[in-house]
Design a protein around this ligand. Structure first.
Ligand SMILES: Cc1cc2nc3c(=O)[nH]c(=O)nc-3n(C[C@H](O)[C@H](O)[C@H](O)COP(=O)(O)OP(=O)(O)OC[C@H]3O[C@@H](n4cnc5c(N)ncnc54)[C@H](O)[C@@H]3O)c2cc1C
Length: 581
């Protein structure tokens, strides 16, 4: 049952208390409450996801993660010295469903090598690709697209789960660029080979995007793992609009954690007790913040800012890995693009009415329907100059996303128009950033200091230059004659010279919204790191981290699918720990 007021909560002691009802947290809540003998409380800072139209309609996600949205955290990033000292945004979802309630819904697992590296680094083969596939399947319910088109040749059925919980489907509305993208790729097969299914372990190539969309609706972790048949379980309580400040030890100075402190009005503090475990699922930015506020982190730094250190774990908040992204737009000679409805209120009403009646039409898709995962050429000077951060030779360095419109991050030029955009991201990146407390005022209700480290490592910058040049090459194909028109003003100099391109990239790079690693798993037996391979916090008991912050490296794609699979296996690890209790 969902509660919005702490006074109504029937219990003050639970077997498990989960902090954060997002991507990972709701998976864990669902799986642990399969055992009717265990009581579970989820504490979520944001409100319920129900009744929010933008959360339901895939194409209307933009306002959800805009700076003014009531459904995102107001995190800011410190000036990025390798990006013209700009401060690109880093929104995170703040409602049930967490970031799956506001994200772009792309379902990309990463490469088999990404997971085999997790296994090799942690010494736990359970994190390897073959062992994790059943968890991907457990999460996934392959679903027909909203337009019910014939999907033969657009994915590999053997790579997908059909009876899991979260719907995954192919694009549900055809935009004219689809054929042009496929035609171009077919004419340049050496550089843009077709990949039938980038989720089958070997993602290199260009293929169709898969998204967590269920018959035209966003299928967030709240829509799926907290559906009626689950939220109605008597042993599952979900408290919304309650923000956690700290986890507290069983007694003063102890490193056994049993209590969670939170507030609904930022004045009155409440605590609940977990008799088995506290599970932190607050995401890559909030999980390290809560740990630090609880005295779990670098003891020297904590002492300096007046927080009593309880567990010395200097890696808390370090090792953040976030991919850089540059979105590139051109005017397009078409009347069919996202601008058809985004810039035309009458058409938007028509499309919304269609969506309401039939859950079909242009609003059923997230941005982008085709994607290329590519590697730097083996003879690239970048690879001979820098060490390669990719997990292996079948793991992409870059991702190109094709979008039938200007996308959600670039302002529409005065005068409007129709556009095509291709986003470039360095998905296997070398740079690292940090999440630390605000030293001048470490109040638990303040937001942390975030440095995403964009282009800190030159590998990432050089690789981005290569990626954007590949886009130019792709769109120079005669296939685009008559469709592609002039670039946006900001992009024009990038097409003129290398210096123009480099300046353009630095002044346009943003975060790809995939930060991980801030409570990373460390090698088995190593004293450093934040979590053990079983996701238990090092040097402490009663507390585990299950969310995207435990990934020691970012997967070479987007992070939601991996977070689902990590949360599924994480739930099994918790169950195994308490099997006899
Ligand atoms: C705009 C955007 C677009 C994205 N697009 C994609 C995409 O297309 N595909 C993809 O794979 N990935 C995408 N991602 C990334 C992906 O959604 C995240 O990596 C993933 O969902 C993170 O899961 P999580 O469980 O770690 O955290 P979250 O899902 O963010 O969950 C954390 C939850 O904890 C809550 N919380 C935080 N602090 C507290 C506190 N102190 N007290 C109580 N509750 C708290 C939050 O409100 C939230 O509900 C996108 C992310 C964003 C923001």
């Amino acid at each position: 049952k969902e509660y919005s007021n702490v006074a109504d909560l029937p219990l003050s002691t639970y077997d498990f208390v989960i902090v954060g009802g997002g991507n990972a947290g709701l998976v864990v809540a669902n799986r642990l409450t399969e055992n009717p003998a265990w009581s579970v409380l989820v504490i979520e800072a944001g409100p319920s996801n129900l009744g929010i139209l933008n959360e339901e309609v895939p194409a209307l996600a933009g306002p959800l993660f805009a700076a003014t949205s009531p459904y995102t955290w107001k995190y800011t990033v410190i000036p990025q010295e390798n990006a013209d000292n700009r401060q690109p945004g880093i929104p995170r979802g703040k409602m049930l469903g967490g970031s799956t309630a506001i994200n772009e819904m792309w379902y990309t697992r990463g490469s088999a090598e990404d997971f085999d590296r997790f296994a090799a680094v942690t010494g736990d083969k359970g994190w390897g690709w073959d062992e994790m596939l059943p968890y991907f399947f457990k999460n996934e319910r392959w679903t027909e697209p909203a337009d019910k088109h014939n999907t033969t040749g657009q994915y590999d059925p053997a790579a997908h789960g059909t009876d899991g919980i979260t719907a995954v489907s192919l694009p549900g509305y055809p935009w004219p660029i689809f054929d042009l993208v496929m035609e171009t790729a077919a004419s340049m097969p050496d550089e843009f080979p077709f990949v039938l299914d980038y989720n089958a372990g070997k993602p290199i190539g260009l293929g169709w995007t898969q998204t967590t969309i269920n018959g035209g609706f966003r299928h967030s972790s709240a829509q799926s793992y907290l559906a009626d048949q689950y939220i109605s379980r008597p042993n599952l309580h979900v408290l919304v609009t309650a923000q956690v400040s700290r986890v507290l030890p069983a007694s003063k100075g102890s490193t056994h954690f049993t209590k969670v402190e939170f507030s609904q009005d930022f004045e009155t503090l409440h605590t609940v007790t977990a008799t088995k475990e506290i599970i932190l699922s607050a995401g890559s930015l909030a999980t390290p913040q809560i740990l630090l506020q609880s005295g779990i982190g670098n003891s020297t730094t904590l002492k300096r800012i007046g927080i009593t250190p309880l567990v010395n774990l200097p890696a808390v908040g370090q090792n953040m890995t976030e991919q850089p992204l540059v979105s590139n737009s051109w005017f397009a000679n078409t009347t069919q693009s996202y601008e058809s409805y985004n810039l035309n209120a009458t058409q938007m009403q028509i499309d919304l009415a269609l969506w309401n009646e039939t859950h079909t039409g242009p609003l059923v898709s997230s941005s982008g329907a085709q994607v290329a995962f590519l590697r730097l050429p083996e003879d690239s000077p970048i690879l001979s100059t820098f060490s390669d951060p990719a997990a292996g030779p079948e793991t992409p360095h870059i991702e190109l996303e094709f979008t039938a419109g200007i996308g959600l991050v670039t302002p529409v030029p005065a005068g409007g128009g129709h556009f095509i955009s291709v986003q470039a991201a360095v998905v296997s990146c070398a740079s690292r950033g940090t999440v630390t407390l605000n030293e001048t005022d470490p109040s638990p209700w303040n937001l942390p200091v975030i440095d995403t480290g964009l282009f800190r490592e030159e590998f990432d910058f050089q690789t981005m230059v290569y990626a954007v040049k590949q886009i130019f090459k792709f769109l120079a194909s005669p296939v685009w004659d008559g469709y592609l028109m002039q670039p946006l003003d900001a992009l024009a100099p990038a097409l003129e010279s290398d210096a123009g391109l480099e300046a353009y990239i630095r002044s346009n790079v943003i975060n790809n919204q995939h930060p991980v690693g801030t409570a990373g798993m460390s090698p088995k037996g190593a004293s450093w790191g934040v979590t053990d391979p079983d996701l238990l916090l090092k040097k402490a008991t009663g507390i585990r981290v299950i969310d995207s912050s435990v990934l020691p490296y970012v997967v070479s794609g987007h992070t939601m699918a991996a977070t689902y699979a990590f949360a599924e296996r994480g739930s099994d690890l918790v169950k195994a720990t308490w099997a006899h209790h």
